[in-house]
Design a protein around this ligand. Structure first.
Ligand SMILES: NC(=O)c1ccc[n+]([C@@H]2O[C@H](COP(=O)([O-])OP(=O)(O)OC[C@H]3O[C@@H](n4cnc5c(N)ncnc54)[C@H](O)[C@@H]3O)[C@@H](O)[C@H]2O)c1
Ligand SMILES: O=C(O)C(=O)C[C@]1(C(=O)O)C=C[C@@H](O)C=C1
Length: 333
């Protein structure tokens, strides 16, 4: 049973969505995210199947009781016959090759994705799969590991799952994608693609670069340093362990937003270096960072507050969902 959250006297709907209510789900790419999604949907009782290009993964998925195939065309034809929800779960660098095939074989299906950037995927869909119904998504959950062996059906539980919410978004399609996230236990964060890309540049993509820099400085110092490394180094460098190709695929696709936050980070580091050199102090950055961490803990540690007073599909619904999400509220259905 779901929990009830109150917001300004308005009670959020608490019931879990019926996992059987949505269409079958066809997951393209059964790595960490796609494979975890397939497993989570299967556990929730939702009809689902998937495609993966490697035989090894398909054999592992099949051995675990899932429907999976290495045949992309046959899988897409099945999805078209089922009017399935398609979920693209491959790296950004693969999207432009897959979209024309999807458009040709399953052009009537609703499409979503889990790619870590949203504007570039939306632009690719417009360019290469014009006419495909598309609502982007991004589950904010993961690990530094890859592939089917790393999958975890509980990965998305209580995670934030961004669902693209634009003024032209079809409300029925939006609800299908939002319900997918709810079925696997995530909370829905409605946002415009550009706002999402700026946000993840700051809280995910920059941290991948600072993790890489911290790891490189530590390893460059000495083996003694690596021997002594404890919590600070472990936590601050964890995502540097992610496959470099996956990191590059998301960071390079979000270049402009990443350049902006990277510049801010460099400016702050330059300022603290100068402050330390000239006055022997690191006060400004440490105090700012401490306040910022407490602000994050206040949001991440509190019970989520439900988006309220808006019905998806009513006039202005998308704008109102985005407005409330900017106040850190989430959609429960
Ligand atoms: N890793 C995370 O923490 C995380 C979190 C949220 C979203 N994402 C996004 O999810 C997507 C998948 O990432 P992942 O972590 O599951 O990676 P992964 O390496 O575990 O899985 C990638 C999948 O894509 C497939 N693939 C790769 N190239 C392909 C190609 N050319 N044609 C067809 N299939 C191909 C692989 O076979 C594999 O199934 C990426 O777009 C990533 O940005 C990742
Ligand atoms: O927790 C991790 O290991 C992750 O890398 C997850 C993480 C992140 O928080 O940066 C990475 C990429 C995503 O697109 C979303 C989430």
């Amino acid at each position: 049973m779901g929990r009830v959250w109150e917001s300004e006297g308005v009670t959020a709907p608490a019931a879990r969505l019926d996992p059987h209510a949505g269409p079958p789900v066809c997951v393209l790419g059964l790595g960490l995210i796609g494979g975890s999604l397939l497993r989570a949907l299967h556990d929730a009782g939702r009809q689902c199947y998937g495609y993966n290009r490697s035989t090894q993964t398909v054999e592992a998925a099949t051995a675990s009781g899932h429907r999976a195939s290495t045949d992309l065309i046959a899988t897409l034809r099945q999805a078209a016959a089922d009017d399935a929800l398609l979920v693209l779960a491959t790296p950004m660098t693969t999207i432009d090759d897959l979209l024309p095939v999807i458009a040709e074989q399953a052009g009537t299906c609703l499409l979503t994705d889990v790619v870590s950037v949203k504007r570039p995927v939306a632009e690719s869909v417009t360019r290469l799969a014009r006419g495909q119904r598309y609502v982007g998504g991004h589950p904010m959950a993961g690990t530094s590991r890859s592939g089917w062996a790393a999958t975890d059906p509980t990965l998305f539980r209580d995670a934030m799952w961004m669902v693209s919410t634009e003024d032209h978004t079809d409300p029925d399609d939006w609800l299908v994608v939002a319900s997918l996230a709810r079925t696997v236990g995530s909370l829905v964060v409605p946002a415009a693609p550009d706002a999402h890309d700026r946000a993840v540049a700051a809280i995910s993509h920059l941290p991948h670069l600072t993790a890489a820099a911290t790891a490189a400085v530590g390893a460059g110092e000495s083996d003694l340093a690596l021997r002594l490394a404890a919590g600070s180094f472990r936590d601050g460098t964890r995502v540097a362990g992610t496959a470099p190709a996956l990191q590059r695929a998301m960071l390079e696709a979000n270049g402009i937003a990443l350049l902006n936050v990277l510049s801010e980070a460099i400016n702050r580091l330059t300022a603290v270096r100068d402050e330390l050199r000239d006055r022997g102090s690191v006060e400004v950055l440490v105090d700012d960072g401490h306040r910022a961490r407490l602000a994050y803990e206040a949001i991440a540690g509190a019970d989520p507050v439900a988006i309220s007073g808006v019905t998806v599909g009513d006039p202005g619904w998308a704008e109102e969902l985005r407005r409330q999400a900017h106040r850190a509220r989430v959609w429960f259905g």
